[in-house]
Design a protein. Structure first.
Ligand code: HEC
Length: 400
């Protein structure tokens, strides 16, 4: 079944939700980076009186034309301070707007955006149910791991989470269209992050506040769990950001081994966070950014598309051979008068020889090196047609 949404309306919903989502995410990630860095900057108070007041760490900072002195209390100050600032809405809004975007751009256009029948022959409802079920399952499994293995060893927990990401990335690649598969993995990790705030970190803060109000010692476990999840969220930020931005890079999500590329780049992202977290604590481990850069270079070399240049002596492909392929397989959407959509996606029009020539490099990326286009292979493009198109582009994309 097909759920319809007016493209102009969905365009505006996309704009508003995306804008909001990016702003909320910047604020959330900003606070995550700031507080983890702050924790690493803290040093023992120099003044005895501060120690007596229960201060466990302090840090001087300069920003925006002023000096700031930040203090962290071992447990809590003697009196519950008012006003006390909490950080939670940026997390909740990031998730809510992200989910809204997912609904508008994927769930409501599942037949083109989520489902690729050459990957899995899902119905709209199956695709949506699997996606939402995946978000919930990710949290349940992750939370269970944290409460069991995570109590004993952070390293074992990290290995389990990595395993979870590998299984998820691979599973999503067997179920969804390439681009949607990346977003599904990112959305699952993003859901874990928001749920960490909602179900663990904020309740831990409530425990601190209630204990203070009741004049009792807070449960130290709540504190530890809150800190653990907050550190996890910090390590998830760069991997999730990559999955969210990867839609711009068809050579990653459109590759045959897209899931492995996603895992590699996510691991490198977390590795880079590790560098910064150490650096804030005064340890500059240069080999981390060096190995991260080497890792990215290795992925780039690995996934470099093979040249499809025709062998010497092969007959050259002419524009006359290519034009009908583009007209039949692409112009149903990428045209001034498209049949399958209301307007050419991203303004990419492939009606004339000059337009096709101008887009040649991009066409190679999405329709030859990968099968990202035609979207969901709605126009049933064949492998032979892709090879022909590739040979024409490699020979210079010559038009009469
Ligand atoms: C069913 C409709 C449809 C068909 C058929 C189709 N496309 Fe697309 N194409 C889209 C949509 C939708 C987008 C925008 C995706 C996005 O939001 O980034 C797109 C985006 C693109 C892009 C930009 C990719 C990027 O992310 O920068 C290129 C290039 C492209 N298509 C080329 C082609 C070619 C070449 C063909 C034919 C082989 C083709 N498309 C067939 C719907 C289609």
């Amino acid at each position: 079944m097909v759920i319809g949404i007016d493209p102009y309306v969905s365009g505006w919903l996309d704009l508003v939700f995306r804008w909001f989502h990016v702003v909320a995410a910047i604020v959330w990630i900003g606070t995550s980076f700031y507080f983890v860095a702050l924790d690493q900057h803290l040093h023992e108070p120099r003044d005895e009186a501060d120690l007596d007041r229960g201060v466990s760490g302090e840090s001087w900072e300069i920003h925006g034309g002023g000096f700031y002195r930040i203090e962290k209390f071992r447990v809590a100050p003697r009196q519950l301070p008012k006003p006390l600032h909490w950080y939670k809405w940026e997390a909740y809004w990031t998730w809510l707007t992200g989910f809204a975007l997912f609904v508008v751009l994927y769930y409501l256009q599942a037949h083109t955006a989520m489902i690729d029948t050459s990957v899995a022959n899902l119905s709209t409802w199956e695709a949506i149910a699997i996606s939402i079920g995946g978000l919930a399952l990710a949290w349940i499994v992750y939370d269970g791991l944290c409460r069991t293995i995570g109590q004993r060893s952070e390293l074992a927990l990290a290995a389990c989470i990595l395993g979870l990401v590998v299984v998820t990335a691979y599973g999503a690649s067997l179920l969804f269209a390439a681009r949607a598969a990346y977003l599904q993995v990112g959305a699952m990790l993003g859901t874990i992050m928001a749920a960490n705030v909602f179900f663990v970190i904020i309740p831990a803060h409530w425990e601190l506040v209630r204990a203070k109000e009741a004049g009792r010692d807070p449960d130290p476990g709540a504190n530890r769990r809150g800190k653990q999840r907050s550190v996890h969220n910090n390590y998830f930020t760069l991997p999730v950001l990559f999955s969210m931005l990867a839609g711009h890079f068809p050579f990653t999500y459109g590759h045959d081994h897209s899931w492995a590329i996603l895992v590699c780049l996510m691991v490198i992202g977390a590795w880079i966070r590790h560098y910064f977290n150490n650096r804030h604590a005064g340890r500059t481990l240069w080999w981390i950014p060096l190995t991260a850069a080497a890792g990215i270079a290795a992925v780039a070399v690995w996934i470099r598309p093979p040249s499809t240049s025709p062998a010497a002596g092969a007959t050259t492909v002419t524009f006359a051979q290519v034009q009908p392929i583009v007209a039949q397989r692409c112009a149903a959407c990428h045209s001034l008068h498209p049949k399958l959509v209301s307007a050419a996606p991203l303004g990419i029009v492939l009606d004339t020889a000059a337009q096709i020539h101008a887009q040649a490099t991009q066409i190679r990326v999405v329709a030859v090196d990968s099968h990202v286009m035609p979207l969901g292979n709605a126009t049933h493009m064949t492998g032979a047609e892709r090879r022909l198109l590739g040979a024409w582009i490699d020979a210079g994309a010559k038009t009469p």
